[in-house]
Structures are given as C-alpha cells and as structure tokens.
Design a protein around this ligand. Structure first.
Ligand code: HDD
Length: 714
C-alpha cells in the first residue's frame, strides 16, 4: 500500500521560500542596495515619486490585511496525518477509508466562533474543529465544532444568530462574549437553541486545551458504498488526552494573563513532540432506521445518544507539524462542508443545506477570488483539470484552445469520469414534495435533549451551568429578556431555572411566552406559530455527555504543566525528585522564582528559573508544588506566591508541599476549608521522596477536585 502522508508537504515545498544567505530584492527580483533610506532630492529634501523601491514596499504593506472570517476568525492550526485503524469499505467507497494503516495528510484548524482575530482564546464559546483531508480523490473537509448540536435548525437564522452574538453594532461591545443583551434577546425568542445553550453554558465552552476537546460533525451525513447503498452517519473526534476544561474564574484570568493560551499550548505541544491525537469515530444508522428515533436525524439540534448507537472508531489523526507561516497556511486555509469525495454525501438537514452555499461565497470575499483553491494550503494533491478559467490571481497556465465541454477540438478532454472510474455522483435519494417554507413537525421538540444533557451532568457540572447562566444573564440589562430566559430554562429543569433566578434576584415566570415560527401556511398565507414541545427521551442520562464521567477520559497527565515555586535555599532533592517524576509521565515541572535568573539550592547549586512569580501565574498551570527549603518564610509572605496557591485551591487543582513548605499551606487563607475528602492536597512534613511524587501524580490524573467547590462558595 502506498502512503500519501508526506504528499502535501512535498506539494507545499515548491512555494516555500527562505531568505537565509540571500540578497534582499524587490518583488521584481532586483537586488536592493539601500533598504533604510528613501530616495530624496538632497538629504534634507522631499522624497521622489520615482522611488519604486519605497512605493513597492509601502503598497504591499498597505494591502497586507484581508477580511477576517465573519465567524471563527480567531484560530490556530497544524499539519498532520489521518491513519485508518478500522477500514469501513462496506459503508463507504471513500478511498481514504479503505485500508488499515493507510495515511492521508491533513491540516486542522481550531477556533472560537464569536471573537475577532485578536481576541482571547478563553472566551465562553463553541470551538471550531475543522479538518482538511488531502485525499487521493480530492479534498474532503470535515468542518466540525466541539459541541455536537447547533443553536438553530435552519440556515436562514444564521446571520441573525451571529448578528446577535457579535459585539453590539452601536458601540462594538462586548468582544468575544455572549454575555450581553442582543445575544440573549435572540436566544430567549428561539427555544430551539436550548439544547446548544446547555452545552455552551457547560465547561465544554472553556476547554483546557484544543488537544483536550472532542469534535463533532453535528449534522447527519451519508456514507455511500461501492454498491451505491447509503447509511446515515454522524462523525466524532475523541481526544487521546481526554476531554477537559478549566474553571470559569480561571478562564477569565487566563484571558488577561495569556490570551494566546490555547494557541501557545498547541504550538508548544507540537514543538516538544507531544503530538496531539484524536480518534475518528462514526455513529451509523441504516437507511431503513431513518424514522426510528424520538428525534429527527435531520435536526441539527439533536444528538444520537451513544446508548442508542455506539461510536465505532475508524481511524486516528495526529498533528505533528506546525505551520511555517500563519497567514499563508492557518489564515488562508478555506474549509467547506461541501468539499466531499465519492463515498461521503449530504442529507437534507436544512442547516447543512445552507452551509453548502455559504462557505464558497465567504471565501470569495475573504480570499478575493474564485481561484482560492490554488492557494498552496488549499490546493488538492489530486490532479485538477476542468474548464474553469481566469479570474483574479490565476496561477495555473492552461494550455490549448479548448475551455469548454463537450468539445471535439481537444479530443473531448478533459473527460467525465464514470462512477466506476471515481466520478462523484450524488446519492440517488428520492424526493417528491411541495415547495414550502415550513418546518417539519418532527423538529418541534426543543427541550427533550436539553433535559437529557442537563440530567447527564454530575452535581458539580450542573452547578457550573447554573453559575454560567447567572453570569451571562446577570450581564443582560433588559429585565424582560432575563425573565423570558428563566421561562425557557424552567422547561429544561425547574430547579435549574430556580437556582438561576435566585442569582438574578428574579422569579421564574409561570407560563412560557416564547412560541416559534412555523413558517407561512400555504392555505392562509399567514405566519403560523407552533408551540415548542418536550419529547420524552428514551435515554434518561448519557455518560458520554458528562466530561467528568466521560468513559473515554484516560488517566494521563501527559504534557501537563506543574508550577514549582522556589526561592534561595530550596531543597534540591525535592525539586529534582518532582521534576524527574513528572518527566517520566510526560509532564513538565516549571521552576518559578521571585526573580528570573537562578536561585541557590540548599546544596549551593544554582537552579534556573523559567518564570518569575510576575511573568507566570497559577492559572497557566495544572497543579502547584511548593518544595521544602530555606527561605520559605519569605515565600509565605510573598503575595504573588500565595496567589498561586489561592488560585490553585479555588480552581480545584492539586497542591503539594513537603517539609516545612507544608506549613505554608496550613497558613494559607483557604487552610480552614480543607477537609479530609479533599484528595487534591498532598502534604508531608518529611522531605519528599518518590512515594510523595507518585501520590501527587496520581492526584493529578483526576484533573480537578470539583468536590471542593461547595466549601469554597458557602
Ligand atoms: Fe460555519 C466557518 C463550523 C454553521 C457559515 N464554520 C466555520 C468554521 C467552522 C464552522 C469550524 C471555521 C473554519 C475554519 O477554521 O476556517 N459552522 C460550523 C458548524 C456549524 C456551522 C459545526 C453547524 C453545524 N456556518 C454554519 C452556518 C453557516 C455557516 C449555518 C451559514 C449559513 N461558517 C460559515 C462561514 C464561515 C464559517 C461564514 C466563516 C469563515 C469560513 O466559513 O470560511 O461561511
């Protein structure tokens, strides 16, 4: 079997350029003798129009920016490969899914949705999870999110949704945030958004890392096999490191301390050889089961619970190379759910159908030309021959006089491919219907799966949803919007609505006043409304929906970071013990001192400080360790150092200390709150040995000790 893993890198290499040991030139290739002074009439005189070098340089600079993406503007990407582990030729004829071990190059881009290009990574938001597969049969894009459902059922509402969530148009505030009136005004009038709202108010919307997110194709797609038989399919990405989040208070602080937190995490992991990895899974529904469920497969506000249809893993994706140039690759990459290969096809999901129009259209304005497919990062590694011609920035030089089909002058070339030759033919689905602007009755359940999601959460996860809603709705200034939202929440869960109401100092309204638009009735030509329904889900609770209970979360601390606080006199044995133990697990201990440079250990050796207390922060680490050592009294009195511990405690992270350092914990402001159940505090009055480091590491595999929270806030 031939592997095409490196094919895309080979393809990109022809466009790469490196100025090392080269002359500086103009864009026309003329060597430049002076790049520091413009051409002037005398050294104190005016600049001359003739200065083509100056004009070229400034003109290029003036045009450096292109429009940012209208959504998903903030993102980061990387190259890698997809490898088949469990081929599915019986389900699809897609060439890249046929053989075990087969590898296909990919580029993945992760993003937030609402914020602009320079906004923080840690906004409460869905995350984009878009993967471009450079297959032998052309480009396949899986343009997914880290949440398996969407806010709306019909693409016609997408511009409204985005107008509502983006900064308000009169004052361009707030940036990268949904906590404002226009967003919740819209949501409170769109009950179909309630399932997605549950996800967005959960910790899924504040991931610890792009490497620790699930991905979902959202829509039901079709797979088509060589016999032209089709099944329905939902796509899942499952992260090898498990699905993890940060706390909301932490997210807000990270936004200030390091707004590039996720971008940097992805970049550094790849640079350090900790290649991010996901499994690709499919949920498959036979064609004849289309109407079997209590929800409509075409409704993008619904999941298929994994209890009903398990996820079958078909392959894995590994990201192993950072881009060479952010603009050329991450910014110019153009995804499109309509980029499919034979063997993958669409369904009639009305959200998907609208997307099929939107993505090409947006590239035309963002990248400026129908030739965006020629930009190196978008270029297919499968050969391209057609009669599309010309346009802005055309790269290809098409030979010959023929640019039409059918033709005889060109010998009929390029010629059409039969299905057996790999020609794409849409699945032969029968459609016999009236043209209507209507929604199907099967789309009216807006609360059933919102309930399922809420019921599947642990008590701590539920309390995070309550707090997120109190925060978001608390920022809403219009009382009527808050009350309408409380009405909708009460349809999901009475207690949830009441707890949110308590935080808002408001009451849950007795009746729901939010009907939905059913569309124009062809008989009366009047706008009908339809009461939203709550279907009884056949599944009451689903483990896969909870991050804490998620069965695929592996107990690894690989690539996690631990803050090791030191000062002069610190025990070298303690520091090295912990650093080495963490290294063995693939994690990293970072030495943080009162100042940069180095500190002297108890054995008079110098330990280099990676950060000072000022240049790092507790929220940038997964756990904090204070080793035994002299000078710790000074540390205990250092507010910056104490903040590491306070925040780590508040954000339910592991804290460890040995020897006299354990005293610091006992004198910390949170000391009185520590209970015996608090498994995340690892202390010993002895100087730490290997056993201590192991205990610390085992505690870290739990990720967070959310059980601390009730104590924290009471
Ligand atoms: Fe979209 C970008 C995912 C609904 C219109 N979308 C975009 C990206 C992702 C998604 C991951 C960023 C791709 C990248 O990194 O460049 N979008 C989704 C998902 C949706 C969804 C999972 C629902 C299931 N999107 C959706 C609708 C529309 C759009 C209903 C329009 C009718 N999306 C766009 C867009 C973007 C985009 C305006 C902006 C930049 C781009 O396409 O290339 O066309």
């Amino acid at each position: 079997m031939k592997n095409f893993q490196d094919e895309k890198q080979r393809d990109l290499s022809i466009n790469k350029s490196d100025g090392t040991n080269k002359f500086l030139t103009t864009d026309q290739g003329v060597k430049i003798n002076d790049d520091n002074n413009s051409l002037k009439a005398g050294n104190r005189g005016p600049s001359l129009l003739e200065d083509f070098i100056l004009r070229e340089k400034i003109t290029h600079f003036d045009h450096e920016r292109i429009p940012e993406r209208i959504v998903h503007a903030r993102g980061s990407g990387a190259h890698g490969f997809f490898e088949v582990t469990n081929p599915i030729p019986e389900l699809t004829k897609a060439g890249f899914l046929q053989e075990k071990g087969q590898k296909t190059p990919v580029f993945a881009r992760f993003s937030t949705v609402a914020g602009s290009r320079g906004s923080t990574d840690l906004a409460r938001d869905a995350r984009g999870f878009a993967v471009k597969f450079y297959t032998q049969e052309g480009i396949y894009d899986l343009v997914a999110n880290n949440i398996p459902v969407f806010f709306i059922q019909d693409a016609s509402k997408f511009p409204d949704l985005i107008h509502a969530v983006k900064p308000e148009p009169h004052n361009e505030m707030p940036q990268a945030a949904s906590a404002h009136d226009t967003f919740w005004d819209f949501i409170s009038l769109m009950p179909e958004s309630m399932h997605m709202i549950m996800w967005v108010m959960s910790d899924r919307a504040i991931p610890r890392s792009y490497r620790m997110m699930e991905g979902f194709g959202v829509h039901t797609f079709r797979l088509v096999n060589a016999q032209e038989e089709s099944v329905f399919v939902k796509f899942h990405w499952k992260p090898k490191l498990g699905t993890h989040a940060v706390a909301w208070d932490e997210a807000q602080k990270i936004s200030g301390k390091n707004p590039d937190f996720h971008r940097q995490d992805l970049w550094e992991a790849i640079e350090m050889g900790n290649f991010p990895e996901w499994e690709l899974g499919v949920q498959v529904v036979p064609n004849e089961d289309e109407n079997k469920y209590d929800f409509d497969l075409l409704d993008p506000t619904k999941i298929i619970p994994e209890e009903l249809v398990p996820v079958t893993i078909v392959g894995r994706m590994v990201l192993n190379k950072n881009p060479d140039n952010f603009f050329a690759e991450t910014e110019q990459i153009a995804f499109h759910p309509g980029h499919v290969v034979p063997g993958i096809d669409f369904t009639n999901d009305p959200l998907l159908q609208g997307r099929l129009f939107s993505y090409t259209d947006t590239q035309l304005s963002r990248l400026g030309s129908p030739n965006f497919h020629e930009i190196p990062i978008n270029r297919s590694i499968a050969p391209i021959h057609n009669n599309q011609r010309d346009g802005h920035m055309r790269q290809e030089i098409n030979k010959g006089r023929v640019s039409y089909h059918p033709n005889s002058l060109g010998g009929g070339c390029p010629y059409q491919a039969k299905i057996a030759e790999g020609g794409f033919a849409s699945f032969n689905e029968r459609i016999d219907a009236h043209k209507v602007r209507e929604r199907s009755e099967s789309f009216t359940d807006h609360f059933g799966q919102a309930k399922l999601f809420f019921n599947s959460q642990t008590p701590e996860e539920k309390s995070h949803i309550v707090k997120a809603l109190r925060f978001e709705l608390g920022k809403v200034e219009t009382t009527a919007i808050r009350v309408r939202m409380l009405g909708l929440l009460s349809q999901v869960d009475k207690e949830l609505a009441e707890k949110v109401a308590l935080g808002l100092g408001a009451a849950v309204p007795p009746v729901l006043e939010t009907p939905i638009n059913k569309g124009v009735s062809p008989e009366t030509e009047e706008n009908g409304t339809q009461e939203p329904q709550t279907a009884e889900s056949s599944v009451e609770s689903s483990q896969a929906l909870s991050m804490v209970k998620n069965p695929t979360n592996s107990p690894t601390i690989e690539s996690r970071k631990v803050a090791i606080l030191v000062s002069d006199g610190v025990s070298e044995a303690s520091v090295m013990n912990m650093k080495n133990a963490l290294k063995k697990e693939g994690a990293k201990g970072c030495v943080i001192a009162p100042h940069l440079g180095s500190v002297l250990t108890d054995t008079d050796n110098a330990i280099a400080a990676e950060f000072s207390f000022l240049t790092a922060s507790s929220v940038l680490f997964d756990a904090v360790y204070v080793p035994h050592g002299l000078g710790l009294n000074a540390l205990a009195e250092n507010d910056d150092a104490l903040e590491y511990l306070n925040d780590a405690y508040k954000h339910c992270k592991v804290i460890g200390a040995d020897g006299e350092a354990s005293e610091i914990i006992n004198s910390a402001p949170f000391a009185g709150k520590i209970t015996n159940d608090d498994g995340g505090i690892i202390l010993t009055s002895e100087i730490a040995g290997e056993g201590f480091a192991q205990k610390f590491i085992t505690a870290m595999t739990m990720h967070r000790f959310w059980q601390r929270e009730p104590n924290l806030y009471n």
